[in-house]
Structure formats: C-alpha cells, structure tokens
Design a binder for this molecule. Structure first.
Ligand SMILES: [Zn+2]
Length: 184
C-alpha cells in the first residue's frame, strides 16, 4: 500500500485509484481533493482560508442560537437550519466529492466518515424541523444540538486542515518523507 502524501491515509495501489506522477515517481491519493491539494497547494490554501472564515462565521451564530433562546422556538429552528445548510452542502461539498471518489475506488476514506456523520445530523435536524410542532420542545431541543453537530465538525475540520497546511506544507521535509510508498 502507498501513503497518500496529503492526508496520510494508506491507499491500495489498484488500477482505478487516483494517481499522479512527478518526475517518474507515482503518488496515490484517497480523493481528487487530496490530488488538487498536492498539485496546486497555493490555490487550495486560499480556498481553505475562505472556507474556514465562512464556516466559523456561520457556526458561531448556530452555537449561540442553539444554547441561547434569542428567538421564538419555531423561528429559531428554521434560522438554525438556514445557517447550517450552506456549511453542510457548500463548504462541506468536498466531503461528498471524497465520498464519491471512495465509492468509485471501492474503498472508504475520512471523507466517507465526515460526509455520512454530518449528513445524518443535518437530515435528522431538517426532518425534525419540518415535522415537529411547536409544542414538542423536547424533540426540538435534540434537533438544535444536531444542527450544531453537523456544522461544528465541518468548521473544526477546515480549521485543522488550514493550520496543518500552514504548519506542515506538503513539500516540507518531514512531509516529504511520508511520500515514500509504505511497501506494506
Ligand atoms: Zn487523502
């Protein structure tokens, strides 16, 4: 197995796996996202910076509105869902893309876990918001926490990726060592 030089995941060197050659050396990737980060790191870092700002900017009001009831419950629930939707499907689109790459390669990656986990929280929130009546406060409370459970992990993951890219660029010496296929 080879090590994905971007995320560090071990990838089977199968014919349908995403790969890229540099000076005759072949690298294997768990997703097209990792390939993009490898081939155009500056462009991806700029995009990542924007996504970190937007996801944190949306997650902060979600967290406040989840725990501090500033609005009537029915309105609050729809506001929370409206704030969580762009985080889930716009900012988090890369996780769905990675999930699809994993399906095509008949494997799973970190994107699979994130896409499935945050989607479960998001759709649970959406169903409860649409179906629940204003009197079902106990169910609504669970929904509010679920909205935070889909947007907060995405914001944290983007922040972690951003900090990692700044502190450990792909072409740095320690990271370069991990480019070698593991031979496992
Ligand atoms: Zn990867």
């Amino acid at each position: 197995m080879a090590k994905d030089p971007v995320c560090g995941m071990y990838v089977e060197e199968k014919p349908d796996v995403i790969r890229h050659s540099v000076e005759g050396k072949e690298y294997f990737f768990c997703s097209n996202q990792c390939l993009d980060e490898f081939t155009a790191p500056e462009k991806e870092l700029k995009k990542l910076k924007r996504y970190v700002a937007i996801s944190i900017g949306l997650t902060l009001p979600i967290t406040v509105l989840t725990y501090v009831m500033l609005l009537p419950t029915a309105i609050n629930n729809y506001v929370l869902l409206a704030l969580a939707t762009p985080v889930q499907f716009w900012i988090g689109w890369r996780f769905y893309r990675g999930l699809w790459d994993g399906i095509k390669a008949k494997t799973s990656n970190m994107d699979t876990l994130i896409a499935v986990g945050t989607s479960a929280a998001y759709f649970y929130s959406a169903i409860i918001t649409i179906m629940a009546a204003g009197s079902l406060t106990s169910i609504l409370r669970v929904r509010q926490l679920s909205t935070t459970n889909c947007s907060a992990p995405i914001a944290v993951i983007f922040l972690r990726c951003f900090l990692w890219d700044i502190l450990m660029p792909i072409d740095s010496e320690p990271q370069a060592n991990t480019l070698q296929p593991s031979g496992v």
